[in-house]
Design a protein around this ligand. Structure first.
Ligand code: DAH
Length: 338
């Protein structure tokens, strides 16, 4: 019997050595150590031995079981590691494999926006942002546009409730700033604005503005003209001039619309400027006394100017984009050009 056990251990070890998969190893384990396995059967046979022989053989069987369990256990660990290694190798993702993936770049609108922001930062302005979901209080009331004012009509508004809307103008940021900071104030506030316009070549329901606000003692329209003139020269070219046309905005008094000399023809008249030599780029004016007072700033002590630039419009002018929808479409052929 002892010989049989020695043989069994030897043969089993040899088989374990040759086995290549966990499943085969498990089968072998059942064959030898399982309920009706070879070693188990030997163990059962012990009952027929004499009382002297039984403990001796019992120990041998037990040692054999311990030894085989250890060998099989070790092999299991090896196979598991091997299978894991193979799996890792098979499932490896080489993230460096597609070396031709092109680098993304900034959208032309963002390039323009950053250039504008850089200019105003260089002039000492701070940059603020105000919410896209806004209240009628900031978007209209505090900008001197009371509930029945016709100016509300001109800004086709996406209302969420009676008092909450998608902001129609970055001018709301003026109020939020003046509530927080007292003069001297020099801020710009770029942002997305929304109006329920049907998209066509000149309208999109979402577009981009940048608000500017300066409030201090002794600010006049000369300051407004000086800043905007420098901006136009920096932005377009050094020969660009600006002109003010009288206009009306409830939150500025007086109000102006500002044109730049056509950047394509230099003012001679072309398709882009429709033969006039001028292109309108923004609305501006001296901050209305009521707006200042509403924000707790004494209009007898302080004056200020404000302006709102259409960033999409400037982008379109600079790049000769003749359809306002195109920059929103994400067409790679368009984006690649910048
Ligand atoms: N908020 C105006 C608009 O969306 C633009 C504007 C005009 C802003 C005059 C100003 C301003 O700050 O002074 O049409």
């Amino acid at each position: 019997m002892e010989q049989k056990i020695i043989e069994l251990v030897k043969n089993t070890k040899a088989k374990v050595n040759d086995i290549g998969s966990a499943k085969e190893l498990n089968d072998l384990k059942v064959e030898v150590l399982g309920k009706s396995g070879e070693l188990t059967l030997i163990l059962r046979g012990l009952k027929d031995l004499s009382a002297d022989e039984r403990p001796v053989m019992g120990k041998i069987v037990n040692d054999a079981r311990v030894e085989l369990e250890a060998v099989i256990g070790e092999k299991f660990a090896q196979l598991e590691q091997k299978e894991l290694n193979e799996k890792l190798l098979k499932e490896k993702i080489d993230i460096s494999i597609d070396k031709k993936t092109p680098l993304g770049k900034l959208h032309p609108l963002n390039i323009i926006k950053r250039r504008a922001i850089d200019f105003f930062i260089s002039m000492g302005f701070i940059v603020t942002e105000s919410p896209e979901i806004e209240t009628t209080y900031y978007n209209f009331d505090m900008l001197n546009i009371p509930p029945d004012h016709p100016a509300r009509e001109t800004q086709d508004t996406f209302f969420i409730t009676d008092k909450i809307l998608l902001t129609t103008q970055t001018s709301a940021g003026q109020i939020r700033t003046m509530e927080k900071i007292k003069p001297p104030i020099k801020m710009i506030s770029p942002g997305r604005v929304f109006r329920s316009d049907e998209a066509d070549a000149t309208h999109t329901p979402c577009f981009h503005q940048m608000e500017g606000l300066v409030v201090d003692k002794g600010i006049t329209m000369c300051d407004l003209k000086g800043i905007l003139s420098s901006f136009a020269k920096h932005f377009f070219d050094a020969n660009t001039t600006i002109r003010f046309r009288p206009s009306h905005f409830p939150f500025t008094e007086p109000s102006v619309e500002v044109d730049v000399s056509c950047v394509h023809c230099g003012g001679k008249g072309c398709n882009v400027c429709k033969g006039t030599g001028w292109i309108e780029i923004l609305g501006a004016g001296m901050v209305n006394r009521r707006v200042l007072a509403g924000c707790g700033i004494d209009p007898d002590v302080y004056t200020g100017f404000a302006f709102g630039v259409g960033l999409d419009r400037i982008t379109a002018i600079i790049h000769g984009i003749n359809d306002a929808r195109v920059p929103f479409e994400g067409d790679i052929r368009f984006l690649k050009q910048f």
